[in-house]
Design a protein around this ligand. Structure first.
Ligand code: NAI
Length: 340
């Protein structure tokens, strides 16, 4: 097999951008089918990419046996069921984060994946494919900063998206800020340290948008975590950064420290004008992580075509969700919470 035919479910904020990447930047993938419950999104994909097969029903797409793989970019509450159905129908599967919202549904999904060892499953933690994060990982592996003692992560969405998020939350379950947003940093903590999180203490506050209280969401959350070897992780997760999309990571070790994205710059341009010296910031995830999403797709197609192990598995998904859910529980109960 040299190329794979993909059926993509979900053509929203992220799904459309995945579709564009597949068509324009991943030559070993072919966007053979798309599925969405919104007719206008199907029409948009048809006119933008000339996609031959359009489906409003996911199971009808799964009946198309010309496809090799299914990509899932639907809302998080559908992921587990759609993964199981696609695997049972015989496809390789790529799924966006988080793999699922509850441990029960994830464990059932893991059983189904295990029963089909010849099909690949990969989860979309795209930050692992960002050039800067990969360089940092390489330095850590070479011992450049010694043993990691603390890792500090900021992941804050721009305020420009807050209003539409409030509306989204009225009708959808994102899983909460820890499962939806902080999960990227949780995955990075596990990836950089090669350690599991043992206990967490999480807090949160709604200040600018108290409406988030009504939909059970948090505008800004934070958590302190203990890792199994005693190292510490601190995270700040939010939806209200006035200046843009702020993703920053600091890793402190016994011999040095690394900072990735310490200022969320858009690029290398500095503007000098009547307001002084200005460094524009990146404004959204496609802008900051555009190449990482393409690398992630390439990694998925490579593991299918070359029959090599998936770089991010269902177990990574389960472990990250367990930690996120422990953070949510700690926030709800206001107690230090173990990750079992
Ligand atoms: P969205 O709400 O913009 O789009 C959801 C899409 O799913 C829509 O096209 C909708 O028609 C479709 N859909 C909903 N129910 C469906 C069903 N039953 N059958 C078929 N299609 C259905 O959502 P968004 O923001 O694109 O998020 C999608 C997923 O991607 C979420 O799980 C989210 O966590 C993840 N995500 C990941 C990001 C990352 O940085 N890796 C960034 C943004 C989202």
């Amino acid at each position: 097999m040299k190329t794979i035919k993909v059926g993509l479910v979900g053509l929203g904020r992220l799904g459309f951008s995945h579709a564009k990447n597949i068509v324009q930047k991943v030559p070993q993938m072919e966007l053979a089918a798309v599925c969405s419950v919104v007719p206008e999104e199907l029409e948009r994909a048809k006119s933008a990419f000339n996609t031959p097969n359009l489906y409003s029903d996911y199971n009808e797409m799964l009946a198309n046996k010309d496809l090799d793989a299914i990509m899932i970019a639907s809302p998080s509450g559908f992921h587990c069921q759609q993964i199981q159905e696609a695997i049972i129908a015989g496809f390789h599967v790529f799924c966006e984060k988080p793999i699922g919202l509850t441990e029960d549904e994830i464990n059932k999904t893991i059983q189904v994946i295990k029963q089909h060892p010849n099909q690949k499953f990969m989860l979309g933690f795209m930050r692992r494919f960002d050039e800067s994060y990969q360089y940092a990982k390489e330095l850590i592996n070479q011992g450049e900063i010694g043993e990691i003692t603390v890792i500090r992560c900021y992941g804050i969405d721009p305020s420009s998206g807050l209003e539409s998020f409030v509306n989204f939350s009225k009708n959808n379950n994102s899983g909460g800020i820890f499962a939806d947003m902080a999960i990227h940093d949780i995955d990075l903590i596990r990836w950089f340290t090669s350690q599991e999180v043992t206990q967490v203490w999480a807090l949160g506050k709604n200040a600018a948008y108290p409406e988030l209280d009504e939909v059970g969401e948090i505008e800004t959350g934070s958590a302190m975590m203990e890792l199994e070897n005693g190292a510490m992780a601190l995270l700040v997760t939010g939806r209200n950064a006035a200046h843009g999309y702020h993703v920053e990571t600091e890793i402190i070790g016994t011999k040095g420290m690394l900072r990735i994205g310490e200022s969320p710059d858009k690029n290398l341009v500095t503007i000098y004008n009547e307001h002084g010296k200005i460094r524009p910031c990146s404004q959204n995830f496609p802008e900051r992580f555009g190449p990482a999403f393409v690398n992630e797709m390439t990694a998925f197609s490579n593991c299918v075509i070359n029959d090599t192990p998936s770089p991010i598995t269902e177990i990574d998904g389960l472990k990250a969700t367990k930690i996120a859910n422990a953070c949510q529980e700690s926030f709800n109960t206001k107690k230090l919470t173990s990750v079992n």
